[in-house]
Design a protein around this ligand. Structure first.
Ligand code: KIV
Ligand code: ZN
Length: 527
């Protein structure tokens, strides 16, 4: 039967709504925090990918979170995805979400309240009746201001099923238009999911008036399996994240769910609005912003996801790719033509290449990126797609930096004390400094600290190669900790020391942004 939803109207029978929570459940996990610019870039990319709902944040958590949700809502003021903000079941949270999402063409308030006996007793200190009452009050309040209200039963998969039915009935009666059942701690098995969804959808009076949604964590590696089981039992919305990032072991991965639905359409009979050729680009953007690459064997977006090593497999693929490939690499954004530009390539060819890779840069950013590309092409024989993407991502990441690296010279070698001399532009003013260190990278980091004094703990320094070969670009990730909060910075260059300096300064800039904001609240405290 066709549903009539305030944001989606009469949803086609086979259509699955993709609710992306990369910017909320994903972003709240350690090391994955993003600044406003980065969240806006991710939001743009997710909209291009075809996500139906963006959970932009948890508006009341901090001033920064509120601003991010509001900015994303403003970005989608005319059209685009539904913009949601998470709230606990309290007036302050709900009003903050209403306020932050108001500019969006299609705002959503997402209310969460725990329903398992364990969470109600230990965390909420509320009885079942009190929880039911709170559901009515909170959903009614939200519905007085906004048409699209999602209600989530935190720890739903470990809740008593009879009681869960009463909670869901109460939420629908109060006006919830989407009912989400999270497997908050990643405990459920696919069969549990099937039972929960079929029971709720068949037993709860009024169930036909709401969209049922599934939200799965990956503690047992079952998040995608549980999501598919819920779909098979009737769930019409799936909550997921790019690259599967999220609390602890992460959330169900958007790309895996979308490709399972597409590839096994014959079994699932469902479709999504995901433009699958954009998947790889979105995954890489997230990796660049957060500094966390996916593992090589990650389904869909891992470097080896379409690589065939064994002779038997290679022989089969050469004869007919479908012998060992259940989907084409191109269908998720991998290109076979990855050998690209060289030092004689002009601006037009560079712009065409960027377009093919999904980047639309303004004139200034294009000029800066082109200058860096020429510089790279002078130093590197072959410039691959990966090089161009690393370079552009690096350029865009730096656009609004307060501290910029303008010059760097390093001396190091056998029987020489490594020494770095550098210039930084700080809020438009150039400053110079130098330092020695236990190695060239240490000397550079000391020099930066001399020019711009700050006191943070360096928690991670990691170097990866963007492509193969000794002339490959290095992508460096640096992580700082200050007062228990982590920030990551990235930098890419053919010179590992320059990439390290860029990564350090990127982390420093993110720290400056973070310091301006108040500390985020605990996402799962008592309501
Ligand atoms: O895992 C969870 O329960 C959540 C809710 C806030 C939906 O993320
Ligand atoms: Zn979650």
């Amino acid at each position: 039967m066709a549903l009539n939803h305030p944001s989606f109207g009469n949803l086609a029978d086979d259509r699955i709504i993709i609710f992306d929570t990369t910017l909320r459940d994903g972003e709240q996990s350690p090391g994955f925090s993003m600044n406003l610019e980065e969240k806006l870039r991710m939001a743009e990319s997710l909209a291009e990918l075809g996500a139906d709902v963006l959970e932009a944040g948890f508006a009341i958590a901090s001033r920064g979170d509120f601003e991010s949700v509001e900015s994303i809502a403003r970005r989608f003021a005319k059209d685009g995805p539904v913009v949601a903000s998470l709230s606990r079941a309290s007036t302050a949270d709900i009003m903050s979400s209403i306020e932050a999402t108001r500019p969006a063409a299609r705002p959503r308030v997402h209310i969460v309240l725990a329903t398992s006996d364990l969470h109600m007793r230990v965390k909420l200190r509320m009885t079942r009746d009190e929880v039911l009452e709170r559901i009515t009050e909170s959903v009614t309040l939200a519905r007085n201001h906004v048409a699209d209200v999602e209600w989530s039963a935190e720890d739903g998969s470990r809740s008593d099923l009879e009681f869960l039915c009463r909670c869901v009935e109460t939420a629908i009666k109060a006006g919830a238009t989407t009912i989400n059942i999270p497997d908050t701690v990643g405990y459920a098995l696919p069969a549990d999911m099937g039972l929960i969804f079929s029971t709720l959808m068949n037993k709860v009076p009024g169930a036909e008036r709401a969209i049922f949604s599934t939200h799965n964590h990956n503690d047992l590696g079952l998040a995608v399996a549980n999501t598919l089981a819920a779909i098979q039992a009737g769930a019409r919305q799936v909550e997921c994240t790019i690259n599967g990032i999220g609390e602890r072991a992460g959330n169900a991965s958007l790309e895996e769910v979308a490709m399972a639905v597409r590839t096994r359409q014959n079994a699932l009979n469902r479709s999504t609005g995901i433009r699958t050729p954009n998947i790889l680009k979105t995954s890489r953007l997230l990796a660049t912003i957060t500094g966390f690459d996916v593992q090589p064997n990650k389904a869909i977006v891992g470097r080896n996801a379409f690589a065939h090593e064994s002779g038997i497999h290679q022989d089969g693929v050469l004869k007919d790719a479908s012998t060992y490939e259940i989907m084409t690499p191109e269908s998720v954004g991998w290109t076979t033509n990855s050998l690209v530009l060289g030092k004689h390539s002009g601006r037009a060819a560079f712009r065409d290449k960027l377009k093919a890779l999904g980047y639309e840069l303004g004139d200034n950013a294009l000029n800066d990126a082109f200058r860096r590309f020429k510089d790279l092409a002078d130093r590197k024989k072959v410039v691959y797609d990966e090089d161009v993407m690393a370079l552009v991502d690096d350029e865009v990441l730096r656009q609004h930096d307060r501290v910029k690296l303008t010059a760097l010279t390093v001396t190091s070698g056998l029987h020489t004390r490594p020494m770095a001399t550098l210039k930084l532009e700080i809020d438009g003013e150039e400053k110079e400094g130098m330092a020695v260190g236990d190695g060239p990278v240490d000397a550079v980091f000391n020099a930066i600290r001399n020019v711009y004094p700050h006191d943070v703990a360096l928690k991670l320094y990691a170097v990866q190669s963007v492509t193969g070969g000794t002339d490959a670009q290095a992508r460096v990730t640096v992580r700082f900790e200050e007062k228990g909060k982590l920030v990551d910075g990235q930098g890419a260059d053919t010179d590992t020391i320059v990439a390290s300096a860029r990564a350090y300064i990127h982390a420093l800039n993110k720290l400056l942004v973070k310091r301006e904001r108040t500390a985020p609240a605990d996402l799962h405290p008592a309501a």
